[in-house]
Design a protein around this ligand. Structure first.
Ligand code: DX5
Ligand code: ZN
Length: 227
């Protein structure tokens, strides 16, 4: 079954601990943490101190999505803060293989994120080295944007690449995911579905998490390494 990753970008930052507990009750096993530096994307969000506090407040897997330029500078800080998984943007990294080693050597699950216009071909040589690929289905920077429909087919193509090479790389989809497309994305091969507005943007995030989890329960691969 595919898993829902509620994105705290849409949560109330004044009560993150309580919000994490609510989605955990709703069946979520991870939290998606959107880190933005104001350079790679035109928005600023949060940094390692928030991840450290979340790590103390919840047992949920902390899936840190670094939308930052040259992430090598800050990866050690996120590892020390308790990040369980870290994804970096292929468009923001000069020496991807080195960056991936840095994350893996720090003991976190390793992901590479691709913007909507970035071709899957760029994954060719790095795919066997990573745990997951994050496919952006909106242009990164803001919650509440509309899902770019072409990404559904991109998920299928990536699932094909992964299967052909007999890998177990998990596919994560991020942006504009909700009740209308979650099941189809899981069926196309996504194992992790990020949902911001569709969970924390709702009046009852616990219930929203529970409903989305139920929608994907019967479809998609199970990312076994998430406790
Ligand atoms: C966008 C972020 C997403 C965002 C998703 O740049 O990477 O994780 O929080 O928000 P929704 O689900 O509202 O599109
Ligand atoms: Zn994200």
């Amino acid at each position: 079954m595919a898993l829902i990753a509620p994105s705290i970008l849409s949560a109330d930052f004044a009560s993150l601990g309580a919000q994490a507990a609510a989605v955990a009750r709703g069946g979520a096993r991870l939290l998606h943490v959107d880190v933005m530096d104001g350079q790679f994307v035109p928005n600023l969000t949060l940094g390692p101190p928030v991840v450290k506090s979340l790590n103390a407040a919840t047992d949920l897997f902390l899936d840190c999505h670094l939308m930052v330029q040259e992430p090598d500078r800050v990866i050690p800080l996120f590892l020390a803060a308790g990040a369980d998984g870290i994804s970096v943007h292929i468009e923001a990294v000069r020496h991807l293989h080195r960056t991936v080693q840095l994350i893996r050597d720090g003991g976190a699950r390793t992901g590479v994120a691709l913007n909507p216009a970035t071709s899957l071909g760029h994954l060719e040589d790095i795919l066997p080295e990573i745990d997951f690929v994050l496919l952006m289905s909106v242009n990164p920077g803001f919650p509440g944007q509309k899902f770019i429909p072409q990404v559904m087919e991109k998920v299928r193509r990536l699932a094909g690449m992964v299967a052909e090479r007999r890998l177990e790389t998990v596919i994560e989809v991020d942006g504009g995911v909700g009740a209308g497309n979650a099941h189809d994305l899981a069926a196309a091969g996504a194992g992790l579905l990020v949902a911001g507005s569709a969970v924390f943007g709702q009046s009852d995030p616990e219930d929203a998490a529970r409903r989305l989890t139920a929608l994907t329960a019967a479809a998609g691969p199970d990312p076994g390494w998430i406790p």
